[in-house]
Design a protein around this ligand. Structure first.
Ligand SMILES: NC(=O)C1=CN([C@@H]2O[C@H](COP(=O)(O)OP(=O)(O)OC[C@H]3O[C@@H](n4cnc5c(N)ncnc54)[C@H](O)[C@@H]3O)[C@@H](O)[C@H]2O)C=CC1
Ligand SMILES: C[N+](C)(C)CC(=O)CC(=O)[O-]
Length: 504
């Protein structure tokens, strides 16, 4: 089953809009889902707005796939109205059992019966959270990782009363927004991820307290070594390789005995007294001098985007781990963005609207060059889908390849501008398809044009081949009915002329 065959989340509610709630809000909105938010914090709108700015910037760099139009964000003073229409309610209030129980009881009473309710708790047992709920079967832990809009994992943990189908449904719905729901079979305090993180954190605090190293050295030890390994192979797969050709059995035989040596202080609880807090805080301040939290978040997001993109190319282009997940999600985004090809061929091209994301701006504040090619490339893909040469046709062995492109920049576009791209077929024969895209504003001003020559190919032989009749007839239908060419068509086919003998 592909992600889109799964029941989608049309509307989400987020109760709590802090670090984690803000991340969920961004994840949902950027997946095209409307989000209703309740958070009594007087500055909740500003805080969520800043998280969203970071998330938009990160997504602008993360993917060239066509993201759906952003969902609508609405804040509510009242929890009950915020959750009333949601398909998925995500609770992200502070980590206190009494507070969470009170908030979840109100959510449960006000939400629609079929709505799923996830709690972001880092460690509380779902069974404890279910106590006193009228409909405990639809409550589960959905524990995410910060930043929620970039890290795809969600630990799904059911309590004693959680209905098994709710767990499956939750995992399916998360897949549709590019997340990986992992079902933790038995409920346990802090689940799996935070158990592991707690062990590392505990040991790290001892290493600082005992003066073995400072916080910068400790972070270096992680980020220059096993931190890099973990992002791509986790723990067991990494150690299998460390066992050499004999693999995991040899690794366990060689390093197993060390477990009995005094290598850790894991069971001791470090006393976070004033002196230790001061040591850690002062070293952390020195480590981060001049870097605000927002700036650190931006650096973190940029690095995470780069790692995800690298993982997308892993395993000889097949993608690996979180990069493979991203690649599959992008395929799905392309599929959703392109028509099925079953529409009547003569259907008018109403154009495709887009808002220029902040991350697309260059150092001049203008939409940067390669994004024009992205916009026009996506417009070509939509046209190909309209003529029946979309992703299904490509999978069946046929395709159109672009063999020549001519971009013209006629105006300026800035972040936040709403633009529309329209596509016209200029000419075609059985192999060639000559397209002109026009990127403009609502008032008719053309910002840029993209002229492309595409060649129909048989993908197996890698050679050009005549397109089948069902495609050619759709092309004829469009040619016969499309609006007369705008003025911009006058530029079609024009070449860049050299400046005299080459002097500028
Ligand atoms: N910060 C992290 O790294 C992670 C936190 N979590 C979990 O996410 C949950 C939230 O944690 P953070 O976002 O870090 O905390 P936070 O303090 O940043 O945000 C909590 C938000 O809840 C709001 N709030 C308080 N009472 C409320 C109520 N009655 N109704 C609605 N909103 C209310 C606050 O105004 C605040 O904006 C916790 O359960 C935490 O364990 C999960 C994964 C990672
Ligand atoms: C510190 N923490 C326990 C709240 C961390 C998490 O729950 C997950 C994360 O993002 O590290």
């Amino acid at each position: 089953m592909t992600p889109t065959d799964r029941p989608p989340i049309a509307r989400a509610a987020c109760v709590g809009g802090g670090v984690i709630g803000g991340g969920w809000i961004a994840r949902f909105l950027l997946a095209g889902i409307d989000v209703d938010v309740h958070d009594p914090h007087p500055e909740a709108r500003r805080i969520v707005g800043e998280v969203l700015d970071n998330a938009r910037a990160a997504y602008g760099r993360l993917t060239g796939a066509p993201l759906p139009p952003e969902g609508r964000l609405t804040f509510h003073d009242d929890l009950e109205t915020a959750v009333a229409e949601a398909d998925w309610v995500q609770e992200s209030v502070p980590e206190r059992l009494d507070l969470k129980r009170a908030v979840l009881a109100r959510i449960d009473a006000a939400a629609r019966p079929q709505a799923l309710i996830g709690s972001s708790t880092s460690g509380l047992l779902p069974t404890d959270l279910q106590e006193g709920l009228a409909h405990p079967g639809r409550l589960f832990v959905a524990h995410p990782y910060n930043p929620v809009y970039l890290l795809p994992l969600v630990e799904i943990v059911g309590g004693r009363q959680t209905a098994p189908e709710v767990v499956t449904d939750a995992i399916e719905r998360l897949a549709a927004i590019g997340m990986k729901g992992v079902h933790i079979a038995k409920e346990i305090d802090a689940f799996v991820g935070d158990r592991l993180l707690e062990a590392l954190w505990r040991e790290a605090l001892w290493l600082i307290k005992d003066g073995i190293c400072d916080v910068e050295t400790l972070d270096d030890v992680i980020r220059y070594s096993f931190g890099l390994r973990w992002a791509q192979m986790g723990l067991f797969q990494t150690y299998r390789i460390a066992g050499g050709e004999a693999g995991m059995r040899h690794f366990l035989a060689q390093f197993g005995p060390a477990l009995k040596w005094p290598w850790t202080k894991l069971t001791d609880v470090v006393d976070l007294d004033e002196a230790l807090v001061e040591t850690i805080a002062a070293q952390s301040d020195a480590q981060n001098e001049g870097l605000s939290i927002r700036r650190l978040e931006q650096i973190r997001d940029g690095n995470l985007v780069a790692i995800l993109q690298a993982l997308k190319t892993g395993d000889e282009g097949r993608g690996w781990g979180a990069g493979k997940l991203l690649s599959e999600f992008e395929t799905e985004l392309w599929r959703r963005a392109t028509p099925s090809g079953n529409e009547p061929a003569a259907q008018a091209d109403e154009g495709h609207e887009l808002v220029v994301p902040p991350a697309w701006a260059d150092y001049n504040g203008h939409m940067t060059e390669h994004r024009y090619l992205q916009v026009f490339g996506e417009a070509s893909d939509r046209l190909l889908a309209r003529i029946g040469a979309g992703t299904d046709y490509v999978a069946a062995g046929g395709s159109y390849y672009t063999v020549e492109t001519h971009l013209r920049h006629l105006g300026e576009a800035h972040a936040g501008d709403t633009l529309r791209v329209r596509t016209r077929i200029l000419s075609s024969d059985d192999k060639r398809l000559h397209l002109l895209h026009d990127l403009g504003r609502a008032d008719g001003e053309t910002i840029a044009t993209g002229e492309h020559m595409l060649l129909h190919v048989d993908r197996e032989s890698g050679r050009s081949a005549g397109a089948p009749e069902h495609i050619l007839s759709k092309i004829s239908g469009i040619l016969a009915t499309q609006e007369p060419a705008p003025e911009t068509e006058a530029i079609a086919g024009r070449a860049i002329r050299p400046a005299g003998n080459g002097a500028a």
